[in-house]
Design a protein around this ligand. Sequence first.
Ligand code: GTP
Ligand code: NA
Ligand code: MG
Length: 454
Amino acid sequence: MKKIRQPIIAVLGHVDHGKTTMLDRIRNTRVAEKEAGGITQHIGATEVPIDVVKQLAGPLLSLWKGEIKLPGLLFIDTPGHEAFTSLRARGGSLADLAILIVDVNEGFQPQTLESIEILRKYRTPFIVAANKIDRIKGWKITENEPFLVNIKKQDQRAQQELETKLWELIGKFYEIGFQANRFDRVQDFRKELAIIPISAKYGIGIPELLVLISGLAQKYLEEKLKIEVEGPARGTILEVREEIGFGTTIDVIVYDGTLKKDDMIVVGGKDKAIVTKIRALLKPKPLDEIRDPRYRFDQVEEVSASAGIKIAAPGLEDALAGSPVIAVRGEEELERAKGEILDQIKSVIISTDKVGVIVKADTIGSLEALSKELHEKNIPIRKADVGNISKTDVMEALSVKDEEPFYGVVIGFNVKVNEDAEEVANAKKIPLFIGNIIYKIIEDYEAWVKAEEE
Ligand code: GTP
Ligand code: NA
Ligand code: MG
């Protein structure tokens, strides 16, 4: 039987621009109403049922002619660099849609640009929330008000200031090839990026944000969201974590099918496909804090896409964040799943004897994103792997250096450098380019090449 699953919506943006506060606000609204079971917060994800959206949005929903048939929205919060991990699925995007949050007072910041690059690379449609409008001087706050109601209450000066800040944002988007506009001035949502001014802290503009995201999903993604719900599950690992009483567990977003408690699963590991049997499916209680180590889980029998769930199973120690999870029923499916997962790992974790740079990253998702970027810049890769920079990495760079000095380097995303690796790098003058913003790491490398050439 086909059903429409919840769209998976990633929330991205620069540090402290308000991603979590926005999600908190969406959750709190419901808490305030004390309606049990209204919102379920899964691991790293927040589920908002469609009746909540409808309640919050009120008459605004009529903006969309036609009915919203989605069961709800599944939001993924992406703190900092974890964006890569959580966004990956089959070399594409796990997210069906995204909300890019920009502090309207700070404008574009490095991680804003990085987020846009990821969205562009994976062709993920997104809308922009211009946050913290309440910080504008003299702004009058009415909690949870639609923006279009709230804006009318502001004096001329505050309105003008917001307008100026929005134009600055629109200008920045224009510079990088996007046509953007305030959402109520957008003519065609497929061509223009909609900007919704919000205050995550006070809930202003949240009604429009929810209406827009659900309307866009309904209008443009209905076919993509239709799934065979009874089929075996497919998902992506968000995080690999120790859980007291359960050992190593994986937090997974299931985007297809149904995962059952007794299912056999195949999971991506560092150099192998891990086959294991689920011991428990753990669902956090509604409205629990995502990263609170004390919360207690409910054990459930099954879970259908889209959902966030923690899986406890033996042998997950070597599971890789960002890699696939495929449930299998039968020998043939098992072999196919193993093959598919190995292919995916092999397309990202590579080891050659080419003359090229050494690449290290913290997860398979970030490694894939970094490698893609290098590839597009025609920078050849000798080795790409997950983990900290080791002495072996530096020695390999050294052997490359003899043949081609510009490629005798190690490029690392969100990784540490082992002590002995650091020593060798210093002694042999092997440059290490490390950071947590891809385009900056590559810029640094390119600047170094240029300086060396001169
Ligand atoms: P990271 O997860 O660390 O990347 O940050 P984030 O994007 O999740 O931001 P977070 O929600 O943690 O907010 C950062 C700070 O900004 C907090 O102190 C919030 O209270 C504040 N903040 C967020 N939204 C608003 C807003 O709309 N208005 C005001 N005045 N403050 C806000
Ligand atoms: Na923060
Ligand atoms: Mg946050």
